[in-house]
Design a protein around this ligand. Structure first.
Ligand code: ADP
Ligand code: ZN
Length: 287
């Protein structure tokens, strides 16, 4: 059976034809411009490929309520050309296939749970720390959603005692994303994240915010593994700092062998999939 998959990102659309085993046969990368420019190129790629269903992992916010009449519609995004674009409906109409949509981070979590670093557990969480912070979760093979999709990047965090940065989130100021995403690092320290290698305080502050978030996710969702990706997590030394902070902040309250100082490095891990994670996860939505 031929299935379609689209990873709809802020800079590029990755489109692929694959099958029900997660195999990808053909792939193309299309730059994200306005929908009137990008979508015709997407449809041209899929035309006459004989796909039966389409899975889409999209940037958000996007409406995931199947009962509301605007399923798969992009909502209030800073990408002005895409505001209110009916992504799922447009694909269904142009390619004449059923479409399943989810967030990019839910799809990344699904990908890791099927093919990556969480194949041995039933509940996992994926968080990206990049231009923004977002997280997705999978429980027993299903991605977590409800009213809308989770917005785990915008939770409140306690300020680090040595940090006076006001916060960079246009909606909330000093929420997690406002304090710890790549642009916050850059605004606080005056240099892009990739150049910030020297000062230990930079990473102590960063780990303080990210660890708080993970602790909250652990309390609320009880994931059996947490996968951390995104540009900022390219600073591999951050992993150990975050792990140590998480163990300290939990203070033994959640009894699980996964959360001990000896095992925490197998609990908070880097992604197992790299290039194809998004598009494979989108395929996973329709398998
Ligand atoms: P996006 O979130 O837009 O999909 P990325 O996950 O690559 O893209 O995140 C980009 C952000 O990550 C930028 O703010 C960038 O400064 C930051 N970043 C990229 N590489 C590094 C690095 N090695 N160390 C710290 N920050 C980085
Ligand atoms: Zn926010």
């Amino acid at each position: 059976m031929k299935l379609g998959a689209i990873e709809a990102g802020g800079t590029k659309f990755v489109c692929a034809v694959g099958d029900e085993h997660g195999e990808i046969f053909e792939k193309v990368v299309i730059p994200t411009e306005a929908p009137t420019i990008t979508m015709p190129k997407v449809y041209e790629f899929f035309e006459n490929k004989g796909i039966e269903r389409m899975g889409v992992g999209s940037f958000g916010p996007i409406d995931l309520n199947e009962k509301g009449g605007t399923y798969g519609r992009i909502q209030k995004t800073p990408k002005i050309d895409w505001v209110d674009f009916p992504l799922a409906e447009d694909i269904a109409k142009n390619l004449n296939v059923p479409v399943v949509v989810d967030t990019d981070v839910n799809v990344a979590a699904l990908s890791e749970s099927r093919w990556g670093n969480a194949t041995d557990v039933d509940a996992c969480l994926y968080i990206t720390v990049g231009t923004g912070i977002g997280a997705g979760a999978v429980v027993n093979g299903q991605t977590l959603k409800g009213l809308s999709h989770p917005e785990m990047g915008h939770i409140g965090v306690r300020r680090h005692e040595k940090d006076s940065f006001a916060g960079a989130c246009p909606y909330h100021g000093d929420c997690l994303e406002g304090m710890a995403a790549g642009p916050a690092l850059e605004a606080r320290w005056g240099k892009a994240g990739v150049e910030l290698t020297e000062d230990p305080l930079v990473w102590e502050v960063e780990a303080h915010y990210l660890a708080q978030a993970l602790v909250n996710y652990i309390y609320i969702l009880s994931p059996e593994r947490i996968i951390m990706g995104g540009g900022v997590m390219q600073q591999a030394h951050l992993f150990d700092l975050i792990r140590k902070n998480v163990v300290d902040m939990l203070n033994g309250y959640v009894s699980s062998p996964r959360l001990t100082p000896e095992n925490i490095n197998e609990y908070i891990v880097a992604p197992g999939l790299t290039d194809e994670a998004g598009v494979k996860g989108a395929l996973g939505l329709v398998i």
